[in-house]
Design a protein around this ligand. Sequence first.
Ligand SMILES: [Mn+2]
Length: 344
Amino acid sequence: MNEYRSNATVEQIARRICSAGRILLTTHVKPDGDAIGSALALHRALDQKVIAADIYLMGPLEPRLREVAGDTPIFLDRSPPADEHDLVVVMDTGAWSQLEPIADWLRQRHDRIIGIDHHVKGDLVASMRLVDVIAASTTQILAGVIEAMGCEITGGPGGVAEAIFVGLATDTGWFRYSSAGPQAMRLAARLLELGVDKPRLYQIIEETARPQRLALMARALTSLEFALDGAVAIMTIRPEDFRATGGAVQDIAELVNLPMSVKAVRVAVLVAQTKPGRTKLSFRSKPDVPGVESVVSNDMNVLAQRFGGGGHVHASGASVEMDVDDARAALLAALEETACRRAS
Ligand SMILES: [Mn+2]
C-alpha cells in the first residue's frame, strides 16, 4: 500500500490524456459528488479537445447526482464495458475493493490506466498515477490537469467549473472540514468567479429531503436521552415512528448528527429499527480538542466493531439482529465499558 503515490507529473498525465483516441472515465462504486464531479469535469474538458470519452459508473447512482450530470452522458452498469478504449482514467480511488465489478477487466489493461486520486491508501491499479493526498478533492487535482491539457475551465451550468466545484464542495462538507485549506478556498473562489451557481448546486445536492424526514426528526428528538454525564446523546427510532410518519430508512440519513450542536455531547448514536429483528446503529463523535476532557472514548470504529460494524474514527455504523430495545440496552452496556476504559 505504501507504493501508492504519484509516478507521473501533472504535465505527463495531461499529455497522455490528450494523445488518446477514446477514453473511458470511471471511478469507485456508488459514486459520490467528487467521483461524479471528476468524471464530468474531465469529460467536459475532453469535449473541447474533441476527444471521445465515455463516463462509466458503477451504481447505484443517487438521483441528485444524476441531476448534477445534466446533459453530460453517463453509462451506468456493473459489467465490464466493451473494450473500445485505448486509455482508462480511474478517479477518486485506487483501491481494487472499490472497483470490484470491473477489477479483472482493469487488470488486463494495467498499462493503459491512469489513476488520479487524493486518498492516502490504494493499490497499483493504474500504471500512471497522480496522487495528491493534500488535495481536498480529486476534482481539485483535475483542475490542474485540465489546465495543463490546455482546456478552459468553463463556467455556468454544465461547465467544467461546476463539476470541479461539486467535488470540492461535497468532499469538504461544503468547506467545513479541515481539508478545505487555502488552496481549496482559492480554487473555490475562482470557480465562483467563473460563474458557478452555488445556491443552485446546494439545492440540487443537499436540499433533497422528503417531508417525512422532518416528521421522523421530530420523533427522534423527542426520544433523545443523555448518558455518561451528558457526553453521549442517544436517539431511538421505532417501527411505530416509521409507520406514523410514512417515512423510510432513506429519510433518517445523518439525523444522528443533530445532538452534536450541544457543547457537552462528545458522542451521538442513532438507534433505528428498520424491520422486525433488525436495528441500525449510527455512531458519530467529535474530534479531541485540547483542554476538553471526555469520559467517553470517541473511537466510533471500535464501538461499531463491537456490534459487527465499522467505519471511521468519528463516523461509523452497524446493523444488529435485535429489536430496538435490546439494541439500545446493548449499546448502553457497551458505552459504560468503553467509558471505564477511557477513564483508567
Ligand atoms: Mn474524493
